[in-house]
Write a protein that binds this ligand. Structure first.
Ligand code: COA
Length: 179
């Protein structure tokens, strides 16, 4: 995917120099506990961050719609957020979810909503038909992002991908364009 520019941000593929900021995010249990299924094992060491960056690049190269982007402020190079679209696990229908995290020192600036909005514009323009967004039911900060984006709120429902109950949001390309 091309680089995406928003009012305040540039969304671009990760570079090696992002590794420390990636490590900051994924070693912080206050971030990590909201991501995926337990156990939530903090990332350990800069090499693990470099490996994660390489793995994202491989995933993106191998898939038509997967994309992992670093959001940096225009004119800067410090990662403030990450946004992604990736395949839902164990899904034979090849459905996708959108996800996000803010760097701990960059929460509360609207960067994640701004970045995710631009990413969804891009993936829908690129032909994706629908996107899901699944989170722990008590993840109020993430639900606020999904709500600000205008995704349809399906409430707390059984999660066919991650198990248990999740707060689920969804949109189609048509729904996104006409929101
Ligand atoms: C979920 C998460 C990404 C939300 O981050 P966030 O910074 O609150 O989200 P946004 O970037 O959209 O910022 C919104 C906040 O910025 C504020 N803000 C400040 N300046 C702003 C501006 N210029 N424009 C828009 N919003 C602005 C908004 O008022 C809002 O604050 P509020 O929640 O106090 O009302 C963050 O809490 C996080 O990383 N959590 C851990 C990981 C996680 O849960 N990921 C999702 C898993 S499903």
């Amino acid at each position: 995917m091309d680089i995406i520019e928003t009012e305040r941000l540039v969304l671009r593929p990760y570079v090696g120099a992002d590794a420390q900021r990636v490590l900051d995010i994924y070693s912080d249990i206050e971030v990590l506990r909201w991501l995926g299924d337990p156990p939530h094992v903090p990332m350990h060491g800069i090499d693990a961050a470099r490996e994660r960056i390489a793995a994202w690049a491989e995933q993106d190269a191998a898939s038509r719609h997967e994309v992992h982007l670093a959001a940096v402020p225009r004119g800067g190079d410090e990662l403030v957020a990450n946004v992604l679209v990736k395949r839902l696990p164990d899904d034979d229908q090849e459905r996708y979810e959108v996800g996000w995290s803010a760097h701990p020192d960059a929460v509360g600036h609207g960067y994640v909503t701004e970045a995710a909005r631009a990413l969804l514009d891009a993936v829908f323009a690129d032909g994706l038909d629908e996107v899901w967004c699944t989170m722990y039911p008590d993840n109020a900060a993430s639900a606020a992002v999904a709500t600000r984006l205008g995704l349809a709120d399906l409430g707390a429902v059984p999660d066919r991908w991650y198990g248990g109950l999740s707060r689920m949001f969804h949109t189609t390309r048509e729904g996104w364009v006409s929101r």
